[in-house]
Structures are given as structure tokens and as C-alpha cells.
Design a binder for this molecule. Structure first.
Ligand code: HSE
Length: 350
């Protein structure tokens, strides 16, 4: 039975997932037993469209490529236009909500309310929004469980690089005592480029031009983005609730080219490092620029690439590195959540 998807938000990441689902339709069906149909799309800017029998994905992608509103979708007598996000979640026949809205990471809204509405209706959610996992992880995961819903959020830390499922599944049985990471691509790119001679401003505008930076790059350069990711890692991997305000945070705004050059002359590199440590009283996390030996594996991660080191009592140090952003990579993070949803659904049916 095909999974019925509703996209809440339909920007680059949502379109990225839909394109992957189109491109890999046969592979996903053959290898994963995963079939999907899109029944609804609701986007605050583009409008909304719903057909309980399924929408034409190519037409949806074509409309957005041409920057046309969803009102121009050529449907059938069944097609409904104009439902808002919450109506789409509650009133359509979707069983999986793809939550990819522009969400305020501080409040987690509107994504938190979207997740709540979905779980209350017994519907599952996959999201790449950091807000709900950083702000309301405990409440939302309980709610999902009580309502028999699946909640996937792999893409919230390091996009499609499995920074959450690696420790949660593959490293199970270990005690993870510390997690250290380069969790923000924008700042790593900027520091790398500043070492090569670019000014802070030039490096930032290049990071923006490449699409690495958040809509408001303050979140990147002040370390807030890395701080939210540290909170998610504490909540999800360390199983220890943390708030962003618990995490001391210093960004890279005070780092100059001279400081970077001076560090290199001493065999060091300055990098924005997030560290989450288990202590006797809970978990402590900090985000700040650190001088790392040039030979340190975290210091050798180039440009916008991210890296994360899990200190495991049994497996030892495990380093994972890969993209931390990108439409295809983040689209993939939603796909892997969807594949896990399908596996669980199939296991329950058997
Ligand atoms: N602005 C973020 C970064 C994107 O630079 O890593 C992914 O959260």
C-alpha cells in the first residue's frame, strides 16, 4: 500500500525529496517495497492543493520550477484548493506529513504545532526542522509513541549524513561519553576560506552564495545553529534533556585572519567546535572556537563539510564526516526516514 504524503511547506528541501522519489521510484519499489503518492501540498507562499487519489508529482515540480502558485494545478473534480497547513494535516487522507516549513528554531513554530496536530490525528511526521527536536523533543516523542505514529528527523543534524541513526542504531550497546563535532558548514567554510586569505565579509558572502548559510546568517556565525544541533544530540543520542540556554555559546565573529594565520604558524587551526559531555550530574554542552592541532581529524575537514566524533566505551572513537547541508542531501535525510517508516509499518503488519 503506497504511503500517502502531505508536504507542509514546499521549498527546496521538499522539492528535493519529491524529485528523489520520482527519480528512484522503481529502485525504491523493488529494493525497499516503498511506494508513495503525494496527496497534498500546503505552502504558505505557494498555496495548497489536495487530491485524495494523488496529485501529479511532475506537474507539482514543474509549477514550482516556473514559480507558479499551486492554484494553477490542473486537477480533476476531486481536487481541493486552499486548505491551510493544519487543515491539510487533519482533514486530508495523508498518513505521512513531510514537515518542511520555514520554522523559527527558537520557538520551534509552526513546526511544533504541525507535529502535534499530526500525532493527535495518529499521523506520522518526517521533518528536517531543528526547532521541534531542540525545543520539544520529550513531549513530541511521547505524543508520537502514544498515538502509534512515527517521527523521523535524521536531517536535523548534518542533513543526510547519519549523525543520529549511526549512534542510535549502529553503535547501540556502547556508552557514548562525549560527542565532538564540526556541526555548522557555514562557519567551517568561512574559517577555511579566511585561512586562504579571504576577509570575514567575503567568506560570509561566499557561504551565502553557495547556499550554506541560514536565511539569517547570525544563527551560523554566532554559533546558534551548532548550539541547536548540540541540544538535539543531547536530547536524542545522550537521552538527556537540554535547552539551548543551557549551552554556553561563542561564535566566530571575533575571529580575524591574523588569529587564523598565527594559529597555523603554531601548527593549529581554529575551528568552531561543539562538545557534548556526559558528567556525573547529566550532560554539559558547549559551542566555541577552539585551536585544534592541524593533525586533529576534526581540523582537516574541509570547507562546508561537517564531522562528528563519538567517543564510545566499546567501539572506541568513531568519526563520521559528510555534508551538513544541501537540497539533495537533506532530501535524502527525509527519504531514509521514509524507508525506516515503511520498514516499521511492514514489520507491524507481519
Ligand atoms: N546553515 C547550516 C550550516 C545549514 O551552515 O551548517 C544546515 O543546518
Amino acid at each position: 500500500m503506497a504511503v500517502k504524503l502531505a508536504f507542509i511547506g514546499f521549498g527546496g528541501v521538499g522539492q528535493g525529496l519529491l524529485q528523489i522519489l520520482q527519480d528512484k521510484k522503481e529502485k525504491l519499489k523493488q529494493e525497499e517495497g516503498l511506494e508513495t503518492i503525494v496527496v497534498a501540498v500546503a505552502d504558505v507562499m505557494k498555496g495548497s492543493v489536495y487530491d485524495p487519489e494523488g496529485l501529479d508529482a511532475d506537474q507539482l515540480l514543474q509549477l514550482t520550477r516556473e514559480k507558479k502558485p499551486l492554484d494553477e494545478y490542473k486537477g480533476t473534480a476531486r481536487t481541493v484548493f486552499g486548505l491551510d497547513s493544519l487543515e491539510t494535516i487533519k482533514e486530508t487522507n495523508a498518513d505521512m506529513i513531510v514537515e518542511v516549513t520555514f520554522t523559527d528554531v527558537k520557538t520551534g513554530q509552526p513546526a511544533v504545532d504541525h507535529c502535534k496536530a499530526a500525532f493527535q490525528a495518529g499521523k506520522s511526521v518526517i521533518t528536517t526542522n531543528k526547532g521541534p527536536v531542540a525545543v520539544s523533543y520529550q513531549e513530541l516523542s511521547k505524543m508520537a509513541e502514544e498515538n502509534g505514529a512515527f517521527w523521523g528527523f535524521e536531517g536535523t543534524v548534518m542533513s543526510g549524513t547519519p549523525a543520529l541513526r549511526l549512534p542510535l542504531e549502529t553503535l547501540r550497546g556502547n556508552s557514548i561519553e562525549q560527542i565532538t563535532g564540526i556541526l555548522n558548514g557555514t562557519t567551517n567554510y568561512m574559517l577555511t576560506e579566511m585561512e586562504k586569505g579571504l576577509s570575514y565579509e567575503e567568506a560570509l558572502s561566499q557561504a551565502q552564495a553557495h547556499g550554506y548559510a541560514e536565511a539569517d546568517p547570525t544563527s551560523d556565525v554566532e554559533g546558534y545553529d551548532a548550539r541547536y544541533k548540540a541540544v538535539i544530540l543531547s536530547n536524542v543520542v545522550m537521552n538527556s534533556p537540554l535547552q539551548a540556554s543551557d549551552v554556553a555559546c561563542t561564535g566566530i565573529t571575533q575571529i580575524t585572519q591574523d588569529m587564523l594565520t598565527d594559529a597555523i604558524e603554531r601548527g593549529k587551526r581554529i575551528r568552531l567546535v561543539a562538545k557534548i559531555t556526559r558528567t556525573e550530574t547529566g550532560v554539559e554542552a558547549v559551542v566555541k572556537p577552539e585551536e585544534l592541532d592541524v593533525s586533529n581529524q576534526l581540523a582537516t575537514v574541509p570547507g562546508a563539510t561537517n564531522a562528528i566524533l563519538f567517543d564510545c566505551d566499546l567501539a572506541g572513537p568513531i568519526l563520521l564526516t559528510g555534508a551538513g547541508a544541501g537540497l539533495k542531501e537533506t532530501g535524502f535525510s527525509l527519504l531514509i526516514d521514509l524507508i525506516h517508516f515503511e520498514r516499521q509499518r511492514t514489520a507491524v503488519r507481519q
